[in-house]
Design a binder for this molecule. Structure first.
Ligand SMILES: [Zn+2]
Length: 74
């Protein structure tokens, strides 16, 4: 793994393993997104993934806090 994509939110494509950049906002917005490598369409099922979405929301809040701290320098 390179460090180039380390700061880009995303995950590995379940089909080809390529990094799919996405964001929590996109995940939470019900918008489908596509693997730029194989074109696989991915869309979160809100009803089936409500627990996962809740976890993402918590994670997003945690990241926002971390970024605010990082920017503010403490
Ligand atoms: Zn793919």
């Amino acid at each position: 793994m390179t460090s180039i994509t380390a700061s880009i939110p995303g995950f590995a494509c379940p089909q080809c393993g390529s990094h799919i950049p996405t964001s929590f906002d996109l995940l939470l917005s019900d918008q489908p997104f596509y693997c730029s490598s194989c074109g696989l369409k991915l869309q979160l099922d809100r009803e089936e993934s409500s627990a996962a979405l809740e976890a993402l929301s918590l994670l997003k809040n945690g990241i926002s806090d971390a970024e605010r701290i990082k920017r503010g320098g403490g």
